[in-house]
Write a protein that binds this ligand. Structure first.
Ligand code: NIG
Ligand code: FE
Length: 409
């Protein structure tokens, strides 16, 4: 297969080969002015300084003034959804809270009604268009959840759309089964029956068809209790599905120590934290995935990233792309917001949005940095004066060209 050489770069961000935490979060391994990266068969084969630049390749790209960095790894999205929810957005501007809207049957249930009514083909087309859009902005690895189906048939519909996206888009994707995203109205008086449906009907079929890599649960007052979540995670383990859960978005209920005990790969959201939660994370190897655009959109307090970082906990950043709390999948904005509002340093935010996102998908041996042997999933920036300029000039996506597994997208 053809080789591609990107040469004369202002900077080549190689990144860490494995997940990072502690003081290493502030380090971002890179090569200075004049660096090159050589790609063959979709993989990185060589990186180095100006003097070592190979003379020939099938395709030569002049990187003068530009940076190359690993693709964003968006490790938490709900990208397969139907339609939009701007009416609720305006309701919140008028003073109704996310929880009140959810209790009235809006929120996730509103999206579930739309999704149930949409033919699978249309759902696929809408989702593919979103995927193609974010790929242009540098996202090269993706996780997508179900959770807007909330019935056997509709959860399978979402997961089959995710599988089709895996097969057709060329994007590496992990799938999470989130049948326990909300209790459908018809089960509000009989929660146990919905839990049974998830465990006894959805899980066996989802696992039987190999449609999911992970199990997710929304552990929250408006959704599932800690005990219910634990029961679901144990059921997931029986089918080999590892947990990655939504937790501590609005309340600290004890879901984090439980997730640690259950061997979760990541705990996601963490807007609200107790000292016990920090301690449990410190004693585990779980990744703390922060989704700053969700509380930004809901006008909630953002997670205390500094506390997590200083406690030595590995932090990842993801978009949470969904119609209710983040109708945007732009990782560049997530990184800016993480710096501006959570005081993450640019190096920390870039590590969190690349290698630690990959680790949150157990893919840091293949993606998330640009070491020889890894996939050449990367972004070439516009000419910019420094790497710090990336989060500083917020609201702009600085991706000039994006490559996924060595192919320009
Ligand atoms: O991650 N918190 C739960 N799930 C989504 C929002 C779902 C929705 O409102 O549609 C989230 O923010
Ligand atoms: Fe989410």
């Amino acid at each position: 297969m053809a080789s591609t050489l990107i040469h004369s770069l202002q900077g080549l961000i190689i990144g860490h080969s494995k997940r990072v935490q502690g003081p290493a979060m502030q380090e971002l391994p890179q090569l200075g002015p004049g660096a090159f990266i050589l790609i063959e068969n979709g993989k990185v084969v060589k990186t180095g300084n100006q003097a070592e630049t190979p003379e020939r390749a099938d395709r030569m790209i002049d990187g003068a003034g530009r940076f190359v960095l690993p693709s964003w790894v968006d490790s938490h999205t709900h990208l397969v959804f139907a339609g939009s929810r701007e009416t609720e957005f305006v309701d919140r501007l008028r003073g109704f809270s996310y929880e009140v809207i959810a209790q009235r049957g809006g929120g996730i249930l509103n999206s579930a009604n739309r999704l149930r009514a949409m033919p699978e083909e249309e759902l696929y087309e809408q989702s593919l268009a979103r995927l193609e859009e974010i790929r242009q902005f540098g996202t090269g690895v993706l996780e997508i959840k179900s959770g807007y189906g909330l019935s056997l048939e509709s959860e399978l519909k979402i997961l089959r759309v995710i599988r089709r996206l895996k097969e057709t888009s060329g994007m590496p994707i992990r799938a999470s089964f989130l049948g326990a995203h909300s209790i459908p109205m018809e089960y509000r008086e009989n929660r146990a029956a919905y839990l049974r449906l998830v465990q006894e009907e959805m899980l066996p079929q989802v696992a039987g068809e190999g449609l999911a890599d992970y199990i997710d649960v929304f552990c929250e007052k408006v959704a599932f209790s800690v005990a219910e979540t634990e029961q679901l995670l144990e059921a997931g383990w029986k089918y080999g599905l590892k947990p990655k859960i939504h937790v501590n978005q609005f309340y600290a209920l004890g879901g984090i120590p439980m997730a640690c005990k259950q061997g979760a790969i990541s705990v996601d959201h963490l807007e609200v934290m107790d000292p016990d939660d920090i301690q449990a994370l410190q004693q585990s190897s779980i990744i703390a995935t922060l989704l700053p655009t969700a509380p930004f959109f809901l006008r909630d307090p953002l997670p205390n990233a500094r506390e997590l970082l200083e406690a030595g906990i590995p932090v990842a950043l993801a978009s949470d792309y969904n119609p209710g709390t983040t109708p945007s999948g732009r990782m560049g904005f997530v990184v800016s917001l993480a710096c501006i509002q959570m005081r993450m340093l640019p190096e920390e935010a870039i590590n969190a949005a690349t290698i630690n996102g990959a680790a949150a998908l157990e893919w840091d041996d293949e993606y998330g940095s640009l070491h020889p042997g890894k996939w050449a999933s990367l972004q070439i920036t516009d000419p910019i004066p420094s790497l710090d300029y990336l989060p500083y000039r917020f609201g702009n996506d600085h991706t000039w060209k994006a490559f996924v597994e060595g192919k320009e997208v």
